[in-house]
Design a protein around this ligand. Structure first.
Ligand code: XMP
Length: 319
């Protein structure tokens, strides 16, 4: 029967055949899709693949370092790690509107990615971890899926001058199949089962202006939340779990002193496809532990609330 092993074998052969001795670039995000695409293409052409990882400074704690270590050191891939945090935070200065944040982040990403891509000699292909559901949405526009390699297709945003051909090795797969393929290819469990994380990252989980200081606060809060969610066995049971930093302060008391500090909201949802979502009924004891740890360990936070709204009408993210 049809197995992930035979799928991988065929895809590897097709990629090798199409790429020849040319170079391939891929934008690695740390998510499941781009990671599995990278694994597959790496198996086919090894160091002819360069993975560009743009660290936008909006990632969860240790995420950039973890990715570099896993893909660079452990899996021996060619990783081009671009530390672009300052470019993103500079561009986001004073911006509070959610859609403006997204536009700015998308634009800076394209600029940084393009500049890196141009440095790679003989780059002829751009690989993407597009899945089948992404393709059916745009089927009418592109004529439907035929091969995993689309000739002379210019990628939206990358200049036509670069004339990159697109490789989309996952475009016939659904999410659960991509996870299976990742497992077959030896991608660590931790990555195979990673919760979805939005491209604009923590910027859309900081309501109001994104500053380095606020990023640092949210990162610490988020790390505690994840650590406790994992320890309690809820990381895989929920679709997403994260923290949101609010733009208002509230009064608290610490020892015999009055405090006036930030509020964070915790959000955990169950879902099958993110189209609808229920707030996760996390045990009160777990919520209590998370709240206590955040308030005790993170400077600048004196109140924690739990979001009990479902989608619709609320969305999963707050922005
Ligand atoms: P919402 O908040 O619309 O989110 O219920 C649905 C899913 O999409 C993710 N999300 C994003 N992912 N860029 C992304 O790559 C974005 O701008 C973005 N906004 C939301 C969200 O985390 C959830 O999984």
């Amino acid at each position: 029967g049809w197995t992930m092993k035979s799928f991988a074998k065929n895809a590897v052969a097709e990629i090798r055949n199409a790429v020849g001795d040319k170079q391939v670039i891929l934008g690695l995000s740390g998510g499941v899709d781009s990671s599995v695409a990278a694994m597959l293409i790496h198996q086919a052409i090894g160091r002819q693949l360069t993975c560009i990882f743009v660290d936008n400074g909006l990632l969860r704690q240790d995420e950039g370092a973890r990715l570099k270590k896993l893909f660079g050191q452990h899996l021996k891939m060619n990783i081009d790690y671009v530390n672009a945090g300052k470019q993103f935070t500079d561009a986001l200065k004073g911006v509070t509107d959610p859609e403006k944040k997204r536009k700015i982040i998308g634009k800076v990403f394209m600029d940084v990615f393009e500049a890196e891509a141009r440095k790679i000699k003989d780059a002829e292909f751009l690989a993407q971890g597009t899945l089948y559901p992404d393709i059916i949405e745009s089927q009418s526009a592109f004529g439907g899926p035929t091969s995993i390699i689309k000739s002379h297709h210019n990628v939206g945003g990358l200049p036509k001058k670069m004339k990159l051909k697109l490789i989309e090795p996952l475009k016939f797969l659904f999410k659960d199949e991509v996870r299976k393929l990742g497992k077959t290819l030896g991608l660590p469990e931790e990555l195979v089962w990673r919760q979805p994380f939005p491209g604009p990252g923590l910027a859309i989980r900081i309501i109001g202006e994104v500053t380095r200081k606020r990023l640092s606060v949210l990162r610490k809060v988020d790390a505690i939340l994840l650590e406790e969610i994992r320890a309690a066995g809820y990381y895989k049971k929920v679709w997403q779990s994260f923290a949101v930093l609010l733009p208002i302060k509230s009064v608290g008391v610490m020892g015999d002193k009055r405090t006036y500090e930030n509020i964070v909201a915790l959000r955990a949802v169950t879902s099958v496809d993110a189209m609808t979502a229920d707030w996760a009924k996390l045990p009160h004891k777990l919520l209590g532990t998370i709240s206590n740890r955040i308030i005790n360990e993170v400077n600048g936070v004196n109140r924690v609330v739990y979001d009990i709204s479902s989608k619709p009408p609320s969305t999963i993210e707050w922005e």
